[in-house]
Structures are given as structure tokens and as C-alpha cells.
Design a protein around this ligand. Structure first.
Ligand code: SAM
Length: 370
């Protein structure tokens, strides 16, 4: 049994019911004792809902080409300083073999929105991984057309990650310019992905200029409304080759601006765990970037249950520069593995085995036959 903790009138271990005023109170508080209560409640809910296993998702950054001009991301098409790469099929499959060898249950293939990644080419790779390994396959390819998402799902892809970045339409428009094609927005795409049978993952950056605490509270409520299977949050880290990271950024901080601090990230991880008890929540590389010493462990102790060891060949790592100073860019795959396993054991948790699907949803899938 988990202990029952109260904040005002709210039972934190019943965080599913948290409403916006309570969420805002948590986002604003700096009281160490109150925050300790939040960390403990998130950790208790994590333990009860998804257990002590920490799932390892092997991350493959398969291309840094991108047609989009997102104001926050170093991969944006306007960044002419970046050397672009796209991994070959052979390189990808070699990394997948490493994932199998290391006992990871999932491979995550992530890229910029790169139409040089042909739909059928990626479908063939997904099909081969599904036929030859027991791995779950997660894709994170941006806002691709529904036909592409359908083909990849039919090829066997299990999960799709697409952060909605912010619930505020005006902020979204400023930082995430639309391109010429008429496509559903990210929130609608997430609903479509779910209908296609994917487990869906989303999240936000914390502290993008113009992000208010009120809109961040709305983001957390949207995690619950979408019933996300995976929730990824991390600090916004300015990149000098971006609109938001340039010295003359046109986007001013909000009067109630969210700081891009470590503490704010922990609060959002903990609140995400309370509103979505069964979700898989990573302790992200961006968090480890702002606290290389204990960021990962703190994330895992405050609600997270996933880490993503990097399998990308070292020669490409530095080129997947979504933000500068990214943690672990010089580590080899094997160093990443042992480092993360050691960190997990140091906080008396254990490495998870198997695909580590979202708790409580797998049966529905099998019954559906999807
Ligand atoms: N192209 C895919 C997409 O847009 O979903 C996947 C790759 S994209 C680089 C993955 C995520 O990186 C984005 O959704 C965003 O939240 C995060 N990101 C981009 N720039 C960032 C920055 N400067 N600081 C922190 N996170 C950033």
C-alpha cells in the first residue's frame, strides 16, 4: 500500500483528479518540504502503477535532415552550419543488433522531418526488425502524412513519439511555423496515431520563451485528456542557430514565464506521473544535460521509469545537435549502457526486460488483433 499524502484538500496519490489550481500551486511552490511531498507521492504512484523496473529504450538518431523551421531546434532547415547525415539501412540494422545483444526491449528511431527517409524504405527496416527480433519499435519522424504513418504501423511499428510542445495556440504558431502543406496539428495527429493502433507519446519542452505557468498547467491536463502512453518532458536549452536562441529573439518571455530549470522539470515529471499513473516516462537526456551528475537519477526518483541509452554511432552523435552541450555525445553505445545500468542500480531500481509496453493497455491491443 502506498501512503496517502495530502496537499490542501487533494490526495496526491489520487493525482488523476488534480485540477488546474492545484497543478499551478505545485508549479509555483519553492517550499522544499512541500516539494518533498510531491516527489514522494510521484515515486509512490510510480512504484504502485509501473513497478521498480526501469525500461531501456535504445535510441537511434537516424537522420538530422529536417524540412521544418522550428524556432527552438538546432536541426531546423535554416541552420546552414550543421553537417547533415542520414544513416544507411546497414548502419541501422547493426545498431539494432547491438540493442538485442544488450538486452534492450525497444529501439526508438528518431529523425528530423526528413522526406529523404522514404516511406517504404523505413517500412522495410521496421518489418525486418519485427521479423528478426522481439523488439518493440518506436518511431519519431515528425508530422509525416497519415499514409506514411499507416504504412509504418502496418509494417509493425508499435509506438510513435510526437511532442505537442505547448497547448497555447499563439505560442505554438510563433515557435513552430507551419509549412506549406495542409496537415493536422500535432494534437490531432496524436489522436490519429492512436486510432491507427500506435501507443502514443508526447510532451513539451519546459521553459520555452513565452511559455506561461498557466499554459504549462494546461499541458499537464492535456497529458491526462489524451491518456498518453508515454510522456517526455525536458528543459528548453537555447541553440544559437535558432530563432529562440539568437541574441535578438523576437519572442519575449511571458509575464508569468516558466523557467527552464531542473527543478521545474522535476515538478512536471512528478505531476505527469500523478495525472497519468501508468504512462512510461523517461528521465531525459536534456535533463541529464543540465545536471550531468544526478539529473537522471533524480528524474527516476520523482516519477520517471524509462531511460534511453544512445545507440547512434559516435560519428553522428554530435551532429544530432537539437541543442548544444548534449550529454553523452562522446560515449560509445557500450559506455552508455553500463553508465545507465549503474545509475539505475545506484538508486536501488532494476533494469526492465522485454518491450515494457504501457501498463494496462496491451491486452486491449491483442484482443483487437491490431
Ligand atoms: N522531428 C521529430 C519531431 O519534431 O517530433 C523528432 C525530433 S525533434 C528534434 C524531438 C524533440 O526535441 C522536439 O519535439 C522538441 O521537444 C525537442 N527539442 C528540440 N529543440 C530543443 C531544444 N532547443 N531544447 C530542448 N529540447 C528540444
Amino acid at each position: 500500500m502506498i501512503s496517502t499524502r495530502h496537499y490542501g484538500a487533494v490526495d496526491l496519490t489520487e493525482g488523476r483528479d488534480l485540477q488546474k489550481p492545484e497543478i499551478l500551486k505545485w508549479l509555483r511552490t519553492e517550499d522544499a518540504r512541500e516539494l518533498e511531498e510531491l516527489w514522494q507521492a510521484a515515486d509512490a504512484v510510480r512504484k504502485q502503477s509501473v513497478g521498480d523496473a526501469v525500461h531501456l529504450r535504445g535510441l537511434l538518431e537516424i537522420s538530422n535532415h529536417c524540412i521544418r523551421r522550428c524556432g527552438y531546434c538546432g536541426l531546423n532547415a535554416g541552420n546552414r552550419e550543421l553537417t547533415r547525415y542520414r544513416m544507411s539501412r546497414e548502419e541501422i540494422l547493426a545498431c539494432v543488433a547491438t540493442a538485442v545483444e544488450y538486452g534492450y526491449g525497444t529501439v526508438v528511431m528518431q529523425a528530423g522531418e526528413d522526406y529523404g527517409i522514404a516511406t517504404d524504405w523505413l517500412a522495410g527496416i521496421v518489418r525486418q526488425i519485427k521479423q528478426e527480433t522481439g523488439l518493440a519499435v518506436t518511431l519519431s519522424m515528425g508530422e509525416r502524412p497519415i499514409d506514411d504513418l499507416t504504412v509504418w504501423r502496418q509494417a509493425g511499428a508499435d509506438r510513435y513519439l510526437l511532442r505537442f510542445e505547448t497547448t497555447s495556440p499563439s505560442l505554438y504558431e510563433r515557435v513552430h511555423p507551419a509549412d506549406e502543406r495542409q496537415r493536422p496539428g500535432r494534437i490531432d495527429l496524436l489522436k490519429i496515431l492512436r486510432e491507427l493502433g500506435y501507443e502514443i507519446g508526447s510532451g513539451v519542452m519546459i521553459g520555452i520563451p513565452g511559455q506561461s505557468l498557466s499554459s504549462l498547467a494546461d499541458d499537464i491536463l492535456l497529458f491526462r485528456a489524451l491518456d498518453l502512453d508515454m510522456i517526455g518532458v525536458g528543459p528548453f536549452i537555447p541553440h544559437p542557430q535558432t530563432m529562440l536562441g539568437s541574441s535578438n529573439s523576437p519572442v519575449a518571455p511571458d509575464a508569468d514565464q516558466v523557467p527552464n530549470t531542473e527543478m521545474m522539470v522535476y515538478k512536471v515529471i512528478a505531476l505527469a506521473r500523478l495525472v497519468c499513473p501508468q504512462a512510461n516516462i523517461p528521465s531525459t537526456t536534456a535533463l541529464a544535460t543540465i545536471n550531468t551528475e544526478t539529473g537522471r537519477e533524480n528524474g527516476l526518483s520523482r516519477g520517471a521509469n524509462v531511460v534511453m541509452p544512445n545507440l547512434t554511432p559516435t560519428k553522428y552523435r554530435a551532429l544530432y545537435e537539437i541543442y548544444p552541450g548534449k550529454a553523452c555525445i562522446n560515449e560509445t553505445a557500450v559506455q552508455c549502457r553500463y553508465c545507465l545500468e549503474g545509475r539505475i542500480e545506484s538508486i536501488r531500481r532494476r533494469v526492465g526486460h522485454g518491450p515494457g509496453s504501457r501498463a494496462g493497455r496491451v491486452k486491449e491491443r491483442i484482443v483487437d488483433g491490431s
